[in-house]
Design a binder for this molecule. Structure first.
Ligand code: GLC
Length: 500
């Protein structure tokens, strides 16, 4: 009896424990799914309806211009990075210059002294705007301040700026180059974007002069010196206030330096662990909270509907995503833009190599077929000039656009974006027109799988007069490409399929 009772109790106990273990496992599973979900949630839509409207308009623009320009352009080194005390093989400027014998402290002094010789006397933003407009670009993003902290606009917060007496160019009527660029591009109906680096390696609140900088991050413990950090937060808010108050209509605030972000202690722990495992030295990650809610609230008070791009910081202030030097394999289910250099580097370097027009047009088409925008970068030189090749590329792209632009603007993703590596698809917004982009043109029969045509559909090759002949095939359609069609365009040929 006793043992029966006992064994029953044990059974019950076991069941209870089993039940508890299951509940625990389910709870853990639930939370880990939640965490994974939160981590995967790369995009969080902004609840402001005006921002949503502006984003939809921005997605129609497809093609924009990015420019990296500053006193560093005189040395032709990678923008800003050569003063960052990390061993970065790609910041070759640092290696070159420093291997010339200069120690770090001297190197940084020399770098900052570039302000005293920066005199881009051939700066003519109207010429840039003209060339970019011809190419079909519709918005511009300009480095108002890069990580080195040099302001290419007129600010009251620092004398490390283009309009200061120490900068030779300050006497010129266009000394406030940010204003001149924004005005010139606005005249061509561009949307205006301010690239702004959150990290500022000149500001005492970020790299405090009391200590040597250690890496790209603040060089002191923020929680020990909150007043020092507040100086930097204040400095950043003031500069954004100037840019959003004094420079006319601003459409995009493009914030770079995603490591400046608020972090929870769990995120910091995970980062620390990753650093420790992944590198020879572990740093102490810190929450770099610059009060984004207030920053954005103030900015949007002056610029209603402002698109804010807090790059690489998942959350509500990253209104679109910005894959860098890279095109995603597939379309992304949120607004995005690939930023990419037209040559090899972001800022001017001597003897830079420019991508051929073919590649640029194909990339534009590839991006558009995946629902994104293409932000193409050109780096002006120390005199304020673009390389001739940049102009000729923009001219070639413009000539292509003159024939094919109806297949770029006002399009959206099609059911599938590609057939193999060299055919892309989109459709018009009303879905009545489909576009097929051919990266190669060969006369004869072109088989398009998964495309069905109605009898009344008309197929044209943009830039070619006559309608094309087509016929249904098992699993798709065959379109006859005439020999003369070869001359309809260059780089990429576009078929337009219209339904009545
Ligand atoms: C990279 C570069 C940075 C540049 C940015 C533009 O992150 O390091 O200097 O401003 O690309 O997207």
């Amino acid at each position: 009896m006793y043992s029966k009772f006992n064994s029953r109790c044990m059974k019950l106990n076991f069941r209870k424990q089993y039940h508890n273990a299951c509940v625990l496992m389910m709870t853990l599973l639930f939370f880990s799914i939640q965490i994974a979900h939160a981590q995967q949630q790369a995009y969080i839509p902004d609840p402001d309806p005006l921002v949503q409207q502006r984003l939809a308009d921005w997605q129609d623009m497809k093609f924009g211009l990015l420019m990296h320009w500053g006193p560093y352009s005189q040395w032709g080194v990678v923008e800003s990075w050569s003063i960052c005390p990390e061993d970065l093989s790609w910041a070759s400027g640092a290696r070159l210059q420093r291997s010339n014998g200069a120690d770090y402290a001297q190197y940084r002094k020399d770098y900052e002294a570039l302000q005293k010789t920066f005199n881009p006397i051939n700066f003519d933003p109207a010429k840039w705007a003209e060339a970019a407009a011809f190419a079909g670009m519709r918005y511009v993003v300009f480095t108002t301040k890069h990580h080195d902290g040099f302001c290419m606009f007129d600010t009251r917060t620092t004398d490390y700026k283009i309009t200061d007496d120490k900068t030779p160019y300050h006497t010129q009527p266009n000394a406030d180059v940010t204003r001149a660029i924004f005005d010139a591009f606005r005249k061509k109906n561009f949307w205006i974007g301010a690239y702004f680096s959150k990290p500022d390696w000149h500001a005492d609140g970020y790299w405090w002069n009391r200590f040597p900088p250690a890496d790209r991050n603040p060089n002191y413990a923020i929680d020990k010196h909150p007043e020092q950090w507040q100086k930097y937060v204040q400095h950043t808010h003031e500069q954004i206030n100037e840019l959003t108050s004094n420079y006319g209509k601003l459409d995009i605030l493009w914030l770079d330096g995603g490591w400046v972000a608020k972090k929870t202690s769990d995120e910091l722990k995970a980062e620390m662990q990753a650093e420790y495992e992944g590198s020879r030295w572990a740093r102490n990650p810190q929450s770099q909270d610059i009060n984004m809610p207030l920053l954005v609230k103030n900015a949007r008070q002056k610029q209603p509907g402002l698109i804010v791009v807090d790059r690489a910081v998942p959350g509500v202030y990253q209104n679109y995503l910005t894959p860098e030097q890279h095109i995603p394999d597939e379309g992304l289910p949120y607004p995005w833009e690939t930023c990419m250099t037209m040559s090899r580097s972001w800022s001017y370097t001597p003897n830079d190599v420019y991508k051929p027009t073919n590649e640029l047009v194909e990339k534009l088409v590839d991006i558009v077929s995946k629902g994104g925008n293409y932000l193409l970068n050109i780096g002006p030189d120390d005199k304020g000039q673009w390389n001739d090749t940049a102009y000729s590329r923009l001219r070639d792209i413009g000539n292509w656009m003159a024939v094919n632009q109806s297949a770029i603007y006002g399009t959206k993703m099609y059911a599938h974006f590609a057939q193999g590596d060299s055919i892309r698809f989109t459709q018009s917004k009303d879905g009545k027109t489909r576009y097929v982009y051919l990266f190669n043109y060969a006369k004869g029969s072109l088989h398009l799988a998964d495309i069905k045509l109605q009898k009344t559909d008309a197929v044209r090759l943009l830039g070619y007069e006559k309608a094309l002949i087509w016929k249904d095939e098992a699993n798709g359609v065959a379109i006859q490409l005439p020999e003369a069609g070869m001359n309809a365009s260059q780089h990429v040929w576009v078929l337009q399929i219209r339904s009545l």
